[in-house]
Design a protein around this ligand. Structure first.
Ligand code: HEC
Ligand code: HEC
Length: 392
């Protein structure tokens, strides 16, 4: 057995012991370099969550977080007033939308499935397969301004009208002023983007049953524990790619250099027998056109995965049982006659960590039981992350 970094009972006991020594107590916060945040911002996280990296030109503040929350839920931030960020990112589904692909403000479909927002502060690259998208500020501009597809439909032509709507709203005028006190004319699109990124950075998911167990505050069932053990050992190999406190090998935080180049082909497709994935979902290949990048995607965080169906970048798996069976088989064989037929198990670019695994059906059920312990009801229901129209 090779326990993964920050995971598993051994680690848990060790950090609990150190916690007693330094007295971090229930809901203790990580040590954080004060330079990384603003005066009134406090990260509320367990001790095994590393202090997040925050860019120097957009330090955290409660005022920016709150402005960002209002903006995230506001349809005014779209060309035709129909679409907010929250139109595709629902709190009760861990900020996904329950669909394989999403619909933008003008009816166009996204190529891939909407992703959870929580803990995105820890991702060195954003979205499913974009090595070049490396900050939440950069990412937010994609749905706002993107034309392929149109998501929120903001353009140079309609942007002044949208900003005027915010400027005409006394509540927003006060919130922008509080969030950007040094800025004499704070209602601008760059500030909107900064506030949205601050809100996202503050959406931390750390209160799942697994987290409570990790802090000695809950017990896992024998099935959940067995699933955790399988997850963290060479038998199922999951922990290599779904590593660390955020269950993704793409994790960055304060004090370490971003390691953004880990993407994996999991053998989902093989449409031409040469390893091909269906366009426009060929993973990192869409950005680099390098053959070796075919079908490579970011190992998704598994936090809250129990409520983020359907699964994979294109929502092509409906249940966690189906996902775990796919891993047990070492890839997906789509029979001749079905769309995108081909044997993904034989994909030449498939990561060597996706072999056929001899998992019994009971072991597969245990893995699913463990994955379901990662659901954080606080994230799904807390007024702090909710629509301000309901929880001002
Ligand atoms: C039309 C639906 C839609 C809207 C509107 C939308 N998103 Fe998304 N979001 C998506 C989809 C789809 C993805 C995955 C994109 C991809 O990989 O191509 C995504 C991915 C993300 C990610 C990446 C998360 C990660 O783990 O890497 C973040 C962050 C995000 N969206 C934030 C926002 C913000 C902020 C807004 C508003 C400014 C917004 N989204 C509006 C559909 C939407
Ligand atoms: C070689 C790296 C690798 C290994 C090993 C691995 N995964 Fe994954 N996992 C990924 C990648 C990459 C994705 C996204 C694939 C995609 O969408 O095309 C993913 C996606 C998932 C998803 C879907 C997440 C979502 O939100 O759609 C689940 C669930 C999952 N993996 C669970 C597991 C389990 C359980 C194991 C062990 C049996 C495992 N993974 C092993 C890389 C890996």
């Amino acid at each position: 057995m090779r326990p993964s970094l920050l995971l598993g009972g051994v680690f848990s006991a060790a950090v609990l012991a150190s916690c007693v020594l330094i007295g971090c107590g229930g809901g203790g916060t990580s040590a954080i370099d004060p330079a990384l945040s603003s005066g009134n911002w406090k990260w509320a996280m367990p001790f095994y969550f590393p202090a997040p990296f925050v860019p120097a030109d957009n330090l955290m503040s409660e005022e920016k977080f709150q402005l960002g929350r209002y903006l995230f839920y506001d349809k005014k931030l779209s060309g035709n007033g129909t679409t907010a960020c929250a139109s595709c990112h629902f709190q009760n589904l861990a900020f996904t939308d329950g669909k394989a692909v999403s619909t933008g403000s003008t009816g166009q479909l996204t190529a891939r499935s909407a992703m959870p927002i929580a803990n995105s502060v820890y991702h060195p690259t954003l979205t499913w397969a974009r090595p070049d998208l490396v900050s939440l500020e950069q990412q937010a501009a994609v749905p706002i301004y993107g034309t392929n597809p149109v998501e929120m439909g903001v353009t140079a032509a309609n942007e002044p009208t949208i900003l005027a709507l915010f400027a005409a709203n006394a509540g927003y005028v006060a919130r922008f002023k509080a969030a950007f006190p040094a800025d004499p004319a704070p209602i601008t699109m760059p500030n909107i983007i900064k506030a949205l990124a601050s809100f996202e950075r503050g959406v931390i998911s750390a209160s799942s049953k697994y987290d409570l167990w990790n802090q000695g505050l809950a017990t896992l069932t024998p099935s959940e524990l067995n699933g955790l053990t399988l997850f963290n050992t060479e038998k199922a190999e999951c922990f290599h790619c779904h590593a660390g406190h955020n269950f993704s090998d793409q994790t960055t935080f304060a004090g370490i250099l971003p390691q953004g180049n880990l993407f994996h082909n999991t053998g989902l497709y093989n449409i031409d027998g040469l390893g091909g994935f269906p366009a426009p979902n060929r993973g990192v290949f869409e950005t680099t056109a390098a053959p070796a990048d075919m079908g490579k995607f970011r190992a998704q965080t598994l936090r809250n995965v129990g409520v983020t169906a359907p699964y994979m970048h294109d929502g092509s798996m409906k249940t966690l049982t189906e996902v775990v069976a796919f891993y047990a088989a070492g890839g997906r064989n789509i029979p001749v006659g079905q769309p995108n037929a081909g044997d993904g198990r034989l994909n030449p670019y498939k990561d060597p960590l996706i072999p056929r695994i001899n998992l019994t059906l009971a072991e597969q059920a245990d893995l699913v039981a463990f994955l379901n312990t990662l659901t954080d009801n606080n994230l799904l229901t807390s007024p702090r992350f909710a629509d301000p129209a309901v929880f001002p």
